[in-house]
Design a protein around this ligand. Structure first.
Ligand code: PHE
Length: 336
């Protein structure tokens, strides 16, 4: 019987390693390892062996079986891999494809990036500052003295007497000027916070600040830069209008309106029939701000502007409720 076992092992090893296709491999499994295969037949005979031979033969038979099974599995894996590599696997090309949604950036992020790209092409670089800000940077250095009534408009979230969530991105102006010298050309995009919530105000929203400081920079440069921005962000037919305004950190100050993007200035519900939409605040940097950062106000001139990103996005896409931006309803977000 030992002879028989050896013979089975040699022949099976030989045949399994020579086989080239999955069908023949299955035939070999039936022939050697199947329920009525050669090994099983041998195992059945063990019962009729003399008792002292049984343990040895039993052990050898089991070893042979294990060996052949391992060989067979290995060959199976080889042949399957070969088939996959050769593309033998059957693919039903008529089955419908899986549909899936491709993710994309939030509309606010898209507009922020678009605005930043317009300004970086104009030579501005991007700056950032902290959202948790000190009273000094958010107000004092920007010429809002303590108790100044202009602070009331900012509806601040205070963390302590001297620390608050920044109410605008203008403190970045101060931080940048403190640590560098003119010429300065930066824009600072980021989150700002105010205690205000309705269909056009959110307690957290986004602004983009711009600052340019040099030995000669004028209000007409400011107008030129903003005109290029508006024409690229909306369209080249959009008109701009500067209205005098007040900010403690700019003098003179202006609010900038664009001709209504919905009705093209004819008057509609969006522009309250005025034909104009306010989109940003701007002005020439106040000498008091230069003094706070140690710049000589006789030597340097600069302009600054600040805009709300939600507002621009709402105008650009005709969105009438700011809260839609934060609800993360995919039916809304998928439209952009
Ligand atoms: N920081 C001002 C605001 O939030 C906007 C502004 C920025 C105005 C820069 C003038 C210059 O209302």
């Amino acid at each position: 019987m030992i002879e028989q076992l050896k013979k089975i092992q040699t022949e099976a090893t030989h045949e399994i390693s020579a086989v080239e296709d999955l069908g023949s491999l299955e035939d070999l499994r039936v022939k050697y390892l199947g329920r009525s295969g050669l090994l099983s037949q041998l195992i059945k005979q063990i019962g009729s062996l003399p008792a002292d031979e049984k343990p040895l033969i039993g052990k050898l038979t089991n070893e042979t079986k294990g060996l052949l099974e391992a060989l067979w599995q290995e060959k199976l894996a080889q042949l399957k891999q070969k088939a996959a590599e050769q593309g033998d696997e059957k693919i039903d090309l008529t089955l419908p494809a899986y549909s899936f949604f491709v993710g994309h950036k939030h509309p606010i992020t898209q507009i922020m990036e678009e605005a930043c790209s317009i300004f970086t092409r104009l030579g501005f670089s991007i700056a950032e500052g902290p959202e948790v800000e000190s009273d000094y940077y958010n107000f004092q250095a920007l010429n809002f003295p303590k108790e100044h009534p202009a602070r009331d408009m900012h509806d601040s979230f205070y963390i302590s007497d001297d620390v608050l969530l920044r109410t605008h991105t203008s403190p970045v102006q101060v931080r940048i000027m403190e640590k560098s010298r003119p010429p300065i050309r930066i824009i600072a995009p980021g989150k700002v916070y105010r205690r205000d919530a309705d269909i056009t105000h959110s307690p957290m929203f986004h602004q983009i600040e711009g600052l340019l400081v040099d030995t000669s920079s004028s209000f007409s440069d400011l107008k030129g830069i903003l005109t290029v921005f508006v024409h690229q962000m909306f369209d080249p037919q959009t008109k701009l209008r500067f209205r005098t305004s007040f900010f403690p950190f700019t003098e003179p100050s202006a609010e900038v309106d664009i001709s209504c993007v919905m009705c093209r200035g004819k008057g509609c519900r969006v522009c309250s029939n005025s034909g104009w939409l306010e989109i940003l605040g701007a002005g020439m940097v106040d000498p008091e701000v230069f003094k706070a950062v140690g710049y000589d106000p006789e030597k340097y001139m600069g302009f600054a502007f600040g805009m709300g990103v939600e507002r621009i996005t709402m105008l650009k896409y005709g969105i009438n409720d700011i809260r839609l931006f934060y609800e993360n309803d995919l039916r809304f977000l998928r439209q952009f």
